[in-house]
Design a protein around this ligand. Structure first.
Ligand code: MN
Length: 244
C-alpha cells in the first residue's frame, strides 16, 4: 500500500517575466513527509483543473498566502487589505466544497482557514490592527518557527482530542482573521484578544483550520507534528476506503 498523497495549494509568485508560478514553503513538504505522507504541489489553472488534480490526492492542505478578495464575502476592500489573487480564491473555494463533499481530509492553514470560511459563507476581519480592539501582535517579527502567543482550545473538540491540551503556544503570521463563522464550522480555539485561531467542520468530514503555521513549528514541536500525523492518518483511511 502506498503512502497517502497530500495535495498542497501554494501562493502565486511572479519574480519576473521568465519566473512565475506556484510557490509552496518547504516547511509544508517537510511536515507532510515527516508524518508519512507524499506532498505534491497543486497548480492554479482553473477550478476544473484543480478538481481533477485533487482527485489524485488522498488529503488536502490549503496553505498560507495572499489575502482573500473581499468580493467573495460581500465587502469592499479595507485600506490595509494586502495583495489578492482572485484565481487562487476561485480555485480554493472550489477545492473546499469538493473536499467536504467527497470526504477528502482537509487541513487549512492561515489563509487556508480564511478561504475555507469564505467558501462556506463566512466573512473575514480584513485587518486585525485596525478592526479588533486591543489586539495582540499577530504579525510576529521573530522567526516563523517561534511561538509568540497563547491559544485556548475548546474542550471536547476534535482539535483538543488530537493535541490533548486545552491551551497551547502558537506562532502568528496573519493580519486577517475569521469574523462571521460559516454555519458548517465551529470555533475551537481563540487567542486572548478574542481572535479566532481554529475552527473545525461540524459534519463527518475531517476538516480543521488553524490560523497559525504548524508546518513551521512541526520540526521542533511534537504537538504541531501531531496535526500532520492526524491528517495523514485520516488520508490513509480515505485511501483504503477507495481501494476496498
Ligand atoms: Mn494569531
Amino acid at each position: 500500500m502506498r503512502k497517502p498523497v497530500i495535495g498542497i495549494t501554494g501562493a502565486f509568485v511572479k519574480h519576473n517575466a521568465s519566473m512565475e508560478g506556484v510557490y509552496v514553503h518547504q516547511d509544508y513538504h517537510k511536515s507532510v513527509a515527516a508524518a508519512g505522507g507524499i506532498p505534491i504541489v497543486l497548480p492554479f489553472i482553473d477550478p476544473e483543473m484543480a478538481l481533477e488534480t485533487v482527485a489524485l490526492c488522498d488529503g488536502l492542505i490549503l496553505s498560507g498566502g495572499e489575502d482573500v478578495d473581499p468580493l467573495y464575502y460581500g465587502e469592499e476592500p479595507h485600506l490595509q487589505l494586502g495583495p489578492t489573487m482572485p484565481l487562487r480564491d476561485e480555485v480554493e473555494i472550489a477545492l473546499v466544497k469538493h473536499a467536504l463533499a467527497r470526504q477528502i481530509p482537509l487541513l487549512a492553514i492561515c489563509r487556508g482557514v480564511q478561504i475555507m470560511n469564505v467558501a462556506l459563507g463566512g466573512t473575514l476581519i480584513q485587518d486585525i490592527p485596525s478592526q479588533v480592539s486591543q489586539p495582540l501582535q499577530h504579525s510576529q517579527r521573530v522567526e516563523r518557527s517561534r511561538d509568540t502567543h497563547w491559544v485556548a482550545i475548546e474542550k471536547g473538540s476534535r482539535l483538543a482530542e488530537i493535541l490533548k491540551e486545552d491551551k497551547i503556544r502558537v506562532n502568528s503570521l496573519h493580519h486577517q482573521a475569521l469574523k462571521d463563522v460559516a454555519s458548517e464550522l465551529r470555533v475551537v480555539a481563540k487567542a486572548s484578544d478574542g481572535v479566532i485561531e481554529a475552527v473545525e467542520h461540524t459534519g463527518s468530514a475531517f476538516a480543521i483550520g488553524v490560523q497559525w503555521h504548524p508546518e513551521s513549528m512541526a520540526a521542533s514541536n511534537p504537538l504541531m507534528h501531531k496535526l500532520f500525523v492526524e491528517l495523514i492518518l485520516r488520508s490513509r483511511e480515505k485511501l483504503h476506503s477507495v481501494q476496498d
